[in-house]
Design a protein around this ligand. Structure first.
Ligand SMILES: Nc1ncnc2c1ncn2[C@@H]1O[C@H](COP(=O)(O)OP(=O)(O)O)[C@@H](O)[C@H]1O
Ligand SMILES: O=C(O)C1=C[C@@H](OP(=O)(O)O)[C@@H](O)[C@H](O)C1
Ligand SMILES: [Mg+2]
Length: 222
């Protein structure tokens, strides 16, 4: 069931999305007052973080954006800001299909950003349209953790898909279902049993290696 589809077939009001995005970017202040953000040496100027719930996309994405001096956008937070309600409230009032439609529109928009780290929701990269759009924009780092770690990190949260009697089994089965999609990411990093700083450090190193390999490939094909 989809609500309020506009003349362009979009579920999110375009002006509201632009407003919310500007507000999110203004709050991620690393680049404030910097007129030449391109002069900083970094491996990439755009990167997305994908992976299952509780693997650390939101937290590590934020820390990674500090490490790379890039803006930070969390697609869940952006959707919540546009809708004026939390992600669990969007699921409860509008349904999952509506949330997925919002998510796809937000992905289309954030792939047109520059100087940004984008943290996705756990289901975002499972959608093939999103996956293709994200992979053609830049590297997608997939974070991994065991079902037990995910359970420990999410047990006191309100994630709508885990509101069941046996969340650990639900995590294990949903993770198995989604694994093939996550495997299509560009770089894979485990966040299991590691401090977030260490995970960020590995991501930065792997992004440099990825960028060097890409540049070498480009030189070879010249
Ligand atoms: N490497 C880590 N070690 C310990 N706790 C972590 C780590 N990464 C994230 N967390 C914690 O786990 C919870 C879920 O992380 P979050 O970033 O929201 O994951 P996601 O966005 O992938 O669902 C948060 O409380 C977060 O602080
Ligand atoms: O895995 C999923 O389908 C979801 C993950 C959540 O994000 P996090 O992975 O950041 O928890 C959020 O987008 C929504 O609850 C659905
Ligand atoms: Mg998150």
């Amino acid at each position: 069931m989809l609500h309020d589809v506009d003349a362009h077939g979009a579920v999110i009001d375009r002006a509201a999305l632009e407003g919310a995005l500007s507000a999110e970017l203004a709050e991620s202040t690393t680049l404030r007052g910097m007129d030449k953000p391109g002069l900083i040496e970094r491996p990439v100027t755009w990167v997305a973080l994908a992976g299952f719930m509780g693997t650390g996309k939101s937290r590590i994405g934020w820390e990674l954006s500090r490490a790379l001096a890039l803006h930070f956008v969390d697609t869940d937070k952006l959707i919540a800001r546009v809708m004026g309600r939390s992600v669990p409230e969007v699921f409860a009032s509008m349904g999952e299909a509506y949330f997925r439609a919002c998510e796809q529109e937000v992905v289309e928009r954030v792939t047109r950003l520059d100087y940004a780290v984008v943290s996705l929701g756990g289901g975002t990269f499972v959608n093939e349209v999103n996956r293709r759009a994200l992979l053609s924009r830049g590297p997608v780092v997939v974070l991994w953790a065991t079902p037990e770690t995910v359970f420990a990190r999410t047990r006191h949260s309100a994630r709508p898909l885990l509101q069941t009697e046996d969340p650990l089994s639900r995590i294990a089965s949903l993770m198995a279902e989604r694994e093939g999609a996550y495997r299509e990411g560009t770089i894979h990093v485990s966040s299991d049993g590691r401090a977030s700083e260490e995970v960020v450090e590995e991501i930065v190193e792997r992004l440099w290696a990825w960028a060097e390999a890409r540049d070498e490939g480009e030189r070879a094909s010249d």
